[in-house]
Design a protein around this ligand. Structure first.
Ligand SMILES: NC(=O)c1ccc[n+]([C@@H]2O[C@H](COP(=O)([O-])OP(=O)(O)OC[C@H]3O[C@@H](n4cnc5c(N)ncnc54)[C@H](OP(=O)(O)O)[C@@H]3O)[C@@H](O)[C@H]2O)c1
Length: 238
């Protein structure tokens, strides 16, 4: 039986992917801060789910919690990082920016480093992380969100190259959603908002195909291309 860990499985994309993995015969270790939600996922699938409460901002506990989940699972094939936050911050309050950075950069990096070192030791594995199409451009209303997603995109590419140079069978998939209907996707001006189950199903297909980069849903690939070539005069109007 295949073994997976999902970080940020208490809601949204992480929860939906967890459910798809269970339907496809995986045993899954899950984390998040809201322990009642972890418990209720466990109750629905008592033999298939193991959980540990974890705040990704507390990097001192990442090693022990990940090791604990792997021990309970009895191995690890797939690791998905879906934890993430974003906040509007037009007035540029540093505490808001710092909170986003601690989750999306510091916590993310600590977890990604743990998993890559684990996979390098066993010489195989698959890391999947949910970045965002937002990482392709700056954002005047939530600067830290887009900037941290740009960091993730670049870091995941670095990890993929690192694995390649180490001659190990490790795959790294960077998932770049547009808008997905979750707690995070609030506010105005959203379009092409995908149901979370549809997004998670497309992510699972990309995992099976071991894709390097995938836009979710598929039509966002075109937006991704346009964002990369968009002139600054247009970006200012967004
Ligand atoms: N929805 C979209 O439109 C969209 C678009 C592009 C990218 N994304 C990315 O997709 C990922 C998943 O987001 P979502 O849309 O599924 O939103 P969500 O429903 O709010 O899920 C976020 C998950 O992250 C976890 N999390 C947040 N802060 C954490 C912390 N400090 N420690 C541990 N876990 C933490 C939450 O768990 P707890 O609160 O229980 O800790 C929750 O399980 C995020 O990285 C987001 O940036 C979303």
């Amino acid at each position: 039986m295949k073994k997976a860990i999902v970080i940020g499985a208490t809601s949204g994309i992480g929860k939906s992917i967890t459910e798809i993995l269970i339907q496809n015969g995986y045993e899954v270790g899950i984390t998040g801060r809201r322990v009642d939600r972890l418990q209720s996922l466990k109750e629905k699938n008592p033999d298939k789910i193991y959980y540990c409460q974890m705040d990704v901002q507390d990097v001192s506990i990442v090693d022990s919690i990940c090791n604990n989940l792997v021990d309970q699972l009895g191995g690890l094939d797939l690791f998905i990082i879906s934890s993430g936050i974003g906040d509007e911050n037009k007035l540029l309050d540093f505490s808001i920016e710092n909170n986003v950075i601690k989750t999306n950069v510091q916590g993310f990096t600590c977890i990604a480093v743990w998993v890559m070192n684990y996979f390098k030791k066993q010489r195989h594995g698959h890391l999947v992380s949910i970045s965002s199409i937002a990482g392709l451009i700056g954002n005047g209303e939530a600067p830290s969100y887009n900037a941290t997603k740009a960091f993730q995109i670049n870091y995941l590419e670095g990890l993929r190259l690192n694995a390649y140079k180490s001659s190990v069978d490790i795959h790294v998939t960077d998932v770049r959603p547009g808008f997905v209907d979750t707690d995070m996707a609030k506010g105005e001006g959203m379009f092409w908002v995908a149901p979370v189950e549809k997004a998670a199903q497309q992510i699972f297909t990309a995992i099976k195909r071991k894709r390097k980069v995938v836009y979710i849903t598929k039509r966002w690939r075109m937006i991704g291309f346009l964002l990369k070539i968009m002139p600054y005069s247009l970006l200012r109007k967004m």
